[in-house]
Ligand binder design. Structure first.
Ligand code: EPU
Length: 452
């Protein structure tokens, strides 16, 4: 399911102004947690609006290695050959080269048996850090979990101490050895947990651990991302009792058992932000169908400061830009602040904006590595610790660059829209981890982007 292709490159040339509409897929950072949440109850679960991205394939592989059966199917898009996908038993969809037709959303069927192997091996955790979210559900339902410790990555040092301290507060024993962390508890107990930082996946993990704990758990300084509210909605449909998700104080009353349900994944706000940035850079007028304006408030305010016009539209977001941007300062913060995931997009916009913008990264120390690639394209950016000073230049210059991670990869493709000549972004597989048919969707707006 959604295999990684290491050889692909995006070929980008500046094109006409963007126009038309594009649909956002289901949120990567929601569906991965929902898939892990399926470990909490035996039986067949259904997730709808699932994006066809590599990370969903990795999570499916991880659940499969535990003995869970995962199948993906998608409604057929117009003109699709409809060949069955050998691995999933479902149908894969093929979009035309320009990807003009709407991409049909997929459905995952996840069948969780009573007995599963509560382990997440290194090979899979190394491929995708989000694998760590199986920890909470495994300890909660099976009383044991052995999960490879994720290492650092391109963002810098990424510890999991907040996840582990929370589980310990609920009575789990935690032992680390040989690169694995092992947690055990006969049954977790409700506790008051104050998070040192509103970590997104630690909040996911602790909510999923608490739903089957004995008694009430209170998570203070919880992360407030919309994906956490989506997870809580899903778990409540399964019979959990969670209140306050989406605020910094989540209260969970543990129940004895949960049962499977059917749930539709919320739209991906980072994918939506990417299309907004694309029209900001290239100019034009587009509608991002399915995008939630209320999930993107702060980013939209920043983009408006930069000269874009953005407003809610029926069923999505409308955006227009003259292709002439003005600088602003940006500081990343946990939700509802400007997300760190939007930063490469903002830095790319600032790189061609009129004036000087200062960008401050407050979440991941190493998340400026792609800046060297933008410099190779002629951007004038100076980094100092967790700050970047971006002096806008009139035009970038097309070059061969490498995508270092999902979000930086998509931003480099957008940089190619305003770079003279041809830009080749290698490492497309990073982008495939989080974007469904990225080139096809941009091409459907008129951008000159191909996957080669
Ligand atoms: N932190 C700790 N200890 C912990 C956990 C986090 O010190 O136990 C620190 C981190 O080092 C970082 C900060 O807390 O400095 C925030 O990290 P957080 O835990 O919130 O990030 P995450 O949950 O690992 C999720 C998303 C990221 C997104 C961040 C920030 C998923 C699967 N990943 O990561 O998404 O950048 O929140 O919003 O939900 C992406 O989609 O490309 C992506 C990287």
């Amino acid at each position: 399911m959604f295999r990684r292709d290491d050889s692909a490159t995006f070929q980008v040339r500046p094109g006409p102004r963007l126009s038309g509409s594009v649909s956002v897929s289901g949120a990567k950072n929601s569906v991965l947690k929902l898939m892990a949440g399926c470990l909490l109850a035996t039986g067949t679960h259904e997730l709808k609006n699932v994006p066809a991205i590599v990370d969903v394939g990795i999570m499916a592989q991880l659940l499969g290695s535990m003995g869970v059966e995962v199948t993906y199917s998608s409604a057929l898009a117009e003109g699709d050959s409809g060949e069955p996908d050998e691995e999933s038993g479902g149908r894969t969809e093929r979009t035309s080269e320009r990807g003009v037709k709407a991409v049909a959303a997929g459905t995952l069927s996840i069948n969780t048996p009573e007995a599963i192997v509560p382990e997440a091996p290194y090979e899979l955790v190394e491929m995708m850090r989000a694998s760590i979210v199986v920890l909470g559900p495994l300890v909660a339902r099976l009383g044991r979990a052995k999960v490879a410790m994720p290492g650092g990555d391109d963002f810098g040092h990424r510890p999991i101490d907040i996840h582990l301290k929370g589980l310990e507060a609920m009575g789990a024993s935690v032992e680390s050895s040989h690169g694995y962390v092992e947690c055990r508890a006969d049954r977790l107990k409700g506790a008051r947990i104050v998070l040192e930082f509103p970590s997104h996946t630690a909040t996911d993990n602790l909510v999923m651990a608490a739903v089957l704990a004995k008694g009430t758990t209170l998570i203070e300084n919880a992360a407030r991302e919309p994906e956490i509210s989506d997870l809580a909605t899903f778990l409540n449909c399964m019979g959990a009792r969670i209140e306050g998700a989406g605020t910094s104080r989540i209260e969970i009353e543990g129940v004895d058992e949960l049962s499977p349900t059917s749930h539709t994944v919320i739209p991906d706000r980072v994918e939506a932000a990417t299309f907004l940035a694309a029209v900001g850079l290239a100019g034009g007028e587009i509608t991002v169908e399915g995008a939630r304006f209320d999930h993107l408030d702060m980013l939209i305010a920043k983009m408006a400061d930069m000269g874009m016009r953005i407003s809610p539209a029926p069923g999505g977001i409308w955006a227009s830009s003259e292709g002439k941007l003005f600088s602003t300062d940006v500081s990343t913060l946990p939700y509802p602040g400007v997300a760190t995931d939007y930063k490469p997009l903002m830095v790319t916009m600032l790189a061609v904006a009129d004036g000087v913008g200062i960008v401050t990264e407050n979440l991941f120390s190493g998340r400026f590595r792609y800046v060297d690639e933008l410099r190779r394209m002629g951007a004038n950016i100076r980094t100092e610790g967790h700050h970047a000073v971006v002096r806008g230049v009139p035009k970038l210059s097309g070059a061969q660059v490498r995508a270092p991670d999902i979000r930086a990869g998509s931003a480099l493709v957008l940089a190619g829209l305003v770079a003279e000549g041809e830009t080749l972004v290698s490492g497309a597989h990073h982008v495939d981890r989080g974007y469904e048919d990225f080139a096809g969707k941009l091409a459907s707006l008129g951008a000159d982007v191909h996957r080669v």
